[in-house]
Each structure stands twice: as structure tokens, then as C-alpha cells.
Design a protein around this ligand. Structure first.
Ligand code: FDA
Length: 394
């Protein structure tokens, strides 16, 4: 029987941060993962450059049934704390846009610094290890693992959400939460591309697959994000679409303003006055790629010389481009989603210690909880902050 102070299940972002911080406090920490490598999502993140935090992280960047829950942990381990850690290890980074900090080189720089800190603090890391059973004892918890029985005073669940099963995701954390009397709020894929089934829409997106529109305003259920969108073979993606997907429920309509930076009715009237003989498709090609302009001109509008449009027709063209409304058929699901919405109900977990209010000595950190960040480095910041907060009490 292995006896240790703390067992952390899940060597992802939150588990690694919790392990290194608890071990730095002098706690004996065993970090287990069923995968053959720690931090697989860190390695995959940010297109291989890990968007490890956001300069403008605030509680408002997170979705949860209880929007106040994340405040305490985020305040006690902020983006500045993680930036200082990155600086300590001399990892070069840059702000890409909107406060999003990315590695200059590769994501393995972030995983490397976490593993180096774990190593220096004396964390025992055991990979390829599955846990089949967890029982409460008088002094803590006993685990049956593929590496033998383990007993500990504090057990931390850091197994993340359901997104991307091929990277090690499992529903294990939810199962343990239920076992110890916790509510698990319904889960669904977030930060995920939309699929379309309407034949005309699907054909349009398919033909434009790979094309992005730089500055769009995408809205749904009272939320809006201004970023680029990307056409795919199966539907729509790109940052603005991923962001709005977290606010979308099946059947909801989304609205896309393809040109939020332009006062379109005024622009069309001006073009009509200055270039009466120019075709609509020629003008659209100044706003979009030539291919997209041609497709919109053919499929959405009856393209003709500008002088032939009535003011009403020009208004409705402007309206269509500024308020493209569509109902996605669905999302690409957990296969490609960056995050899982919902999860362990925060109402039954201490926001200060991340300890279960149902079972003393049991902790939940990271994505397994019902706390989901916007796109842009916020999800890692939640993993760092919640991992650090729990580490002060385990
Ligand atoms: P995480 O998923 O990181 O770790 C969970 C760990 O638990 C895994 O190592 C897994 O193997 C292990 N595990 C699961 N079940 C287990 C079991 N039964 N037994 C043992 N171990 C088990 N965020 C961001 O802020 N910036 C970014 O750039 C990106 N980019 C990005 C790209 C892609 C492709 C994805 C899928 C996700 C992102 N994210 C992101 C989101 C971010 O990766 C995610 O929110 C955090 O990794 C969550 O950290 P956790 O530690 O909670 O879970």
C-alpha cells in the first residue's frame, strides 16, 4: 500500500499546477494519469503554441451556473502570477491579440516548466495508471489503482471534461462526484464549430471552405463576439463562432454581421453615386474574397449595375450582409470541442478551498467543475488558479 498526503488524479493543466504548489508547501504528492504522457492538451493547445493566459482575465470571462464561484481563486492566483512563473523559466512569449499570450516557440515550453517545477518540489508522477475504485476512510481516501492500492488524506479530482477523448478525456471526475453525493450539471461541448444541414447553406460553406472573414460580429442569446469566422466543409468555425457556440443551444438562431466596421446602407448609397456602372459583385469583391463575392452575388442577390438598384433594394442587401441569420444543425461535438460546459455543480464545492462540501478531503479543480472560460487563454488561467487554490489546503 502506497501512503501519501495527497493524490491528484489527472496530470493536465490543473493537476500539474496543484501538484507543484502542494509539494512546494511540503506535502507529499502523488500525481496519477491514465494517459502515457502528462499535459496532452497543453501540448495540443493554441495551435501548438499554447495560449497560456490572458492579460485581461476577469470573472466575466467565465460561464457557470454560479458566476461568482471563480472569483476567489482567480483573485488569489492571477494571470500575473502565471506570467511570473513563465518569466522565471525564461520562456519567450508574445501577445497575439486581445490580451492572448502565446509561446514564441512551442507549447512544450509550458509543459516543460510545469514538469520541472513538479520535479524540483518532489512530486511523484505515475502515468499509464488507472483508478478503478475510490473509498472514503476515517483518515481520508483509499484508491484501487493499476499500480496497487494507495491511501491519502486529500484526494484531488483534476480529470478535466469530456472534450477530445483521444487526448485522455473521460467522465471519471463526474462519476466520482456523483459517488460522493455531488450534483453534476448537464454537460455539452463548448468552443466548438457549428455544422449545417440546410442544403443551400451547406453548399455555400462547402464552396468557401478555408475562407475566413476577418472582422465579423456574431450574436446569440444576448451575447456577441467580434472576431473572424471561418467557412468549413461542414459549416462554420473561427474564433467568433467558437465563442458564440458556448452560448448556443440546439434550435437557437445565430446572427452574423459580416461587415460590422462599415455603415453599409451609407456605403452602398455612396458607391451608387460614385460608381453607378459598377456591378454589385465588383463592389462585394472589395469587401470579401473574389470567390465569396461571386457566390454571394449569385446566391443571395441579383447582381446588376449599381444604378439599377432602388434605395429599398440597396437597404435589403445591406440588411442581409449585416444580419445573416441562420440556425446551425448542431456542433462538431466533443470530438473537436476545446472545452466542456457544465460539470460538477459549484454550489457544493468551496470557492475558497475547492474542497467538497459533501465529503471532506475531496477536491475538484479545473474543467471538471462547472466553470468554462471564453476562448483566449481563460481556460488555462482557470486551471492554474483553481489548482493553486486547492493546493493551499490539501
Ligand atoms: P485536462 O484535460 O488538461 O487534464 C485532465 C487530465 O486527466 C488528462 O491528462 C487526462 O488524461 C486525465 N484523466 C482523465 N480521465 C482520467 C482517468 N479516468 N484516470 C486518470 N487520469 C484521467 N485553453 C486555453 O486556455 N488556451 C488554449 O490555447 C487552449 N487550446 C486548446 C486546444 C485544444 C485542442 C483543446 C482540446 C483545448 C484547449 N484549451 C485551451 C482548453 C484547455 O486545454 C482545458 O480547459 C484545460 O486543459 C483543462 O485543464 P484540466 O487540467 O482541468 O483538464
Amino acid at each position: 500500500m502506497t501512503v501519501t498526503d495527497v493524490v491528484i488524479i489527472g496530470a493536465g493543466a490543473a493537476g500539474l499546477m496543484c501538484a507543484l504548489s502542494a509539494a512546494a508547501r511540503g506535502r507529499q504528492v502523488l500525481l496519477l494519469d491514465h494517459a502515457n504522457k502528462a499535459g496532452k492538451k497543453i501540448l495540443m493547445s493554441g495551435g501548438g503554441r499554447c495560449n497560456f493566459t490572458n492579460l485581461y482575465t476577469e470573472p466575466a470571462n467565465f460561464l457557470s451556473n454560479n458566476p461568482h464561484f471563480c472569483k476567489s481563486a482567480l483573485a488569489r492566483y492571477s494571470q500575473w502570477d502565471f506570467i511570473a512563473l513563465v518569466g522565471k523559466h525564461g520562456v519567450p512569449y508574445h501577445e497575439k491579440k486581445l490580451g492572448q499570450l502565446f509561446c514564441d516557440n512551442k507549447s512544450s515550453d509550458i509543459l516543460g516548466l510545469l514538469l520541472a517545477e513538479c520535479d524540483a518540489a518532489g512530486v511523484s508522477l505515475r502515468l499509464d495508471t488507472t483508478v478503478s475504485q475510490v473509498d472514503k476512510t476515517d483518515s481520508g481516501y483509499r484508491l484501487h489503482s493499476s499500480a496497487g492500492p494507495v491511501s491519502c488524506a486529500s484526494l484531488v479530482i483534476a480529470t478535466g471534461g469530456l472534450s477530445i477523448p483521444t487526448l485522455g478525456a473521460s467522465g471519471f471526475g463526474y462519476q466520482i462526484a456523483r459517488q460522493f453525493g455531488h450534483q453534476v450539471l448537464p454537460t455539452r461541448a463548448g468552443l466548438v464549430p457549428f455544422t449545417l444541414t440546410d442544403p443551400a447553406l451547406k453548399a455555400l460553406c462547402g464552396e468557401l471552405s478555408g475562407t475566413s472573414v476577418e472582422d465579423c460580429l456574431v450574436s446569440c442569446n444576448g451575447q456577441s463576439f467580434r472576431e473572424n469566422i471561418l467557412f468549413t466543409h461542414r459549416g462554420l468555425s473561427g474564433p467568433a463562432i467558437l465563442q458564440i457556440s458556448s452560448f448556443w443551444q440546439p434550435g437557437d438562431e445565430i446572427e452574423i454581421n459580416l461587415l460590422p466596421h462599415l455603415d453599409l446602407p451609407a456605403w452602398f448609397l455612396q458607391q451608387q453615386a460614385e460608381r453607378p456602372n459598377s456591378e454589385l459583385r465588383t463592389l462585394l469583391a472589395e469587401l470579401f474574397t473574389k470567390k465569396m463575392a461571386g457566390l454571394l452575388a449569385d446566391q443571395w442577390f441579383d447582381s446588376k449595375p449599381m444604378k439599377q438598384y432602388s434605395p429599398g433594394e440597396l437597404r435589403s442587401i445591406a440588411e442581409r450582409l449585416a444580419c445573416w441569420r441562420l440556425v446551425p444543425a448542431g456542433t462538431e461535438g466533443y470530438r473537436t470541442a476545446e472545452v466542456t460546459l457544465g460539470g460538477v455543480d459549484t454550489g457544493e464545492v468551496s470557492s475558497k478551498t475547492l474542497e467538497s462540501l459533501k465529503s471532506p478531503g475531496l477536491y475538484f479543480i479545473g474543467e471538471v467543475l462547472d466553470v468554462t472560460g471564453h476562448l483566449g487563454g481563460f481556460n488555462f488561467q482557470w486551471a492554474w488558479a483553481s489548482g493553486y487554490a486547492a493546493a493551499q489546503y490539501v
